[in-house]
Design a protein around this ligand. Structure first.
Ligand code: TPP
Ligand code: MG
Length: 342
């Protein structure tokens, strides 16, 4: 049941046709430049709370966000900046959440990664550890009961999350109900500092697809175009009624669990293995081979400008006023109505 796909980066862009390599390349770049800036802002003491980044995981995450359409549901986790940007979350929303702007999606009341925007189909994350599988399954059941057709729900999980009850219950329910759910597992080999051999005894998490009775797709998460192809295919299968899709990408987190952690427990031999490749570098090399070195540099500079402008804009915005706040994140006036309506 599991398929493994190899990508190809060398094909030239065709005039008038959307170029997936440019789309994914720019998404990976924007996410990386933004997250590098977030790390710097954290170290400069500008961010209250933790900062959790997705360095090295952008290709898999971005390909997931880009495979979705308007009207779909996306439930990203802490390492899914690329997926968020790919799905259309404005960069300024991310900065507003991290810098506590009152104009942000959570009105400056929630630190960072728990942000969402129901009106855009982005669910605020409850937990990194499997909770969103059940949540998205529930949303998809509700959509089915309302007669809404053709909507796909995609959520992400880490290798560690696959061992939780919520992950199992959600995927099992989705399989029984044949829901259009795509679960993208970023198997980075560690749950915080716990290595995969202390988390589960199976060889490859994609083999679990058979047990759940869903379609499984294994992919090299460091290979951007392989990620693109697999995610396009999985989302299409879910949309056409083939039921849940389990995508497992092997890669490595090229940073600590959060910016407070140096990740020194990650073994050297894993860092220098295939899964330790940086998807951004793989993308960059492919783009150069394609003769688009100049374009790549231009996209990078554009991303840097976008980040700097957004930081300057958000830095001048108001923060919540404790004398005026009721301190409820999503239950403030109007939010409940938005949730019911969407
Ligand atoms: C119930 C619970 N226990 C512990 C945590 C703290 N925690 C957050 S993420 C995480 C590790 C998750 O590992 P994995 O699913 O592999 O995702 P990764 O961090 O590698 O992306 C832990 C222990 C939590 N959020 N919730
Ligand atoms: Mg992990």
């Amino acid at each position: 049941m599991a398929i493994r796909v190899a990508g190809a980066l060398e094909s030239k862009p065709k005039k008038g046709v959307v170029d997936p390599i440019e789309l994914l390349g720019r998404t990976i770049l924007r996410a990386r430049v933004l997250e590098d800036k977030l790390g710097n802002l954290y170290r400069a003491g500008r961010i209250v709370g933790g900062v959790y980044l997705g360095k090295g995981q952008e290709a898999l995450s971005g390909a997931g966000g880009l495979a979705l359409r308007k009207g779909d549901i996306f439930a990203p986790l802490i390492r899914d900046m690329a997926g968020r940007l790919g799905f259309g979350e404005p960069m300024v929303d991310a900065l507003r959440a991290y810098l506590g702007s009152r104009l942000g999606p959570m009105k400056g009341r929630d630190g960072n990664i728990h942000r969402g925007d129901i009106t855009r189909g982005i669910l605020p994350m409850i937990s990194h550890l499997g909770a969103m599988v059940s949540t998205v399954a529930g949303v998809l059941v509700a959509k089915r009961m309302k007669g809404e057709k053709g909507r796909v729900g995609l959520t992400c999980a880490g290798d560690g999350a696959t061992s939780t009850g919520s992950f199992h219950e959600g995927l099992n329910l989705a399989a029984v109900e044949k829901l259009p759910l795509v679960v993208v597992v970023a198997d980075n080999g560690y749950a915080y500092s716990t290595p995969r051999e202390r988390q589960f005894a199976c060889e490859d998490l994609v083999d679990r697809a058979k047990g759940y009775g869903v379609e499984g797709h294994g992919v090299d998460g460091t290979d951007p175009m392989a990620c693109w192809k697999v995610l396009q295919h999985a989302v299409e299968r879910a949309r056409e009624g083939a039921g849940p899709q389990l995508v497992v990408g092997k890669l490595l987190r090229l940073c600590g669990h959060g910016e407070h952690d140096d990740g020194s427990y990650v073994e050297k031999k894993i860092k220098s293995s295939e899964r330790g490749r940086d998807c951004l570098k793989v993308m960059e090399e492919g783009i150069k081979k394609r003769g688009q070195e100049k374009e790549w540099q231009g996209w990078r500079e554009e991303a840097q400008r976008e980040v700097e402008e957004a930081v300057a804009k958000v830095s001048a915005e108001p923060v919540p006023d404790p004398f005026e706040e009721d301190w409820r994140a999503t239950q403030s006036d109007g939010m409940a109505e938005v949730m019911v309506a969407s």
